[in-house]
Design a protein around this ligand. Structure first.
Ligand SMILES: [Zn+2]
Ligand SMILES: [Zn+2]
Length: 231
């Protein structure tokens, strides 16, 4: 495997109010297709985690014709880290939600509906990992390939609005999650075309989530954070 050379400009962040912004002239899909996505993202994470020594951060991808990668880290003191739960919903196959929220399983990843039924898809590594940088090369390149494939398969060409991976205290779940967010209207339009089987599944998921014990087991207790907002 050849090691791609990543332009230095892609790896020099601009300062923004809550962190950094990296800009890349290619889209995520182009990066994956050209087989340079994992090399680029690995080097970018090295800049953040090693050069700047930032371990707690919110990574957010947004794209129009090119890709913007935001690293938010300056409000880490306000974050409380993952909720305490008795099970890992991304690992424990015995939880009621596991099979209902699971969309597909790949060699290194699982794709899910959001366990709280928000307009997003979730991608997790099969292994119980906490950070992107803990992945092996194979896991890491599969992860981004699978993210693009999943979003395309479910919603068509690059229509996602953002992709988010939280690290350290920015996490709400221990197990690493990639959240692929969609505009509400895009989501609702797609939902109309879902099979009856899938619609039933979502309904079943909603019913399960109304049971307090199941909700708390999977997501922790529904209390408010110190600012009085819902966690
Ligand atoms: Zn896990
Ligand atoms: Zn853990």
């Amino acid at each position: 495997m050849s090691v791609a050379t990543i332009p230095l400009q892609w790896l020099i962040p601009t300062s923004i109010s809550n962190g950094f912004l990296f800009r890349c002239p290619l889209t995520l899909k182009q990066l994956v297709k050209d087989d340079i996505c994992s090399t680029y993202f690995r080097q970018l994470l090295k800049v953040v985690e090693i050069d700047y020594n930032i371990r707690d951060f919110h990574l957010e991808l947004q794209q129009q014709s090119s890709l913007d990668l935001y690293i938010y880290y300056k409000d880490s003191k306000e974050k409380q880290g993952p909720h305490r739960t008795t099970v890992c919903i991304s690992c424990d196959k015995t939880t009621e939600l596991f099979s209902i929220t699971l969309i597909s399983e790949q060699q290194h990843t699982r794709a899910w509906f959001d366990g709280r039924n928000r307009p997003k898809l979730i991608l997790t590594p099969i292994r119980h990992l906490h950070r992107l940088s803990e992945m092996t090369d194979k896991e890491f390149s599969s992860f981004w390939f699978d993210a693009v494939t999943l979003a395309d398969r479910e919603f068509g060409d690059e229509i996602w609005s953002s992709m988010i991976v939280n690290h350290g205290v920015y996490r709400t779940h221990e197990h690493l999650h990639l959240k692929i967010n969609f505009d509400k209207r895009v989501w609702q339009k797609a939902v109309q075309n879902w099979s009856e089987e899938r619609k039933d599944k979502i309904q079943e998921m909603q019913q399960l989530l109304e049971q307090k014990d199941i909700y708390e087991k999977c997501f922790g207790s529904k209390k408010t954070n110190k600012y009085g907002g819902k966690i």
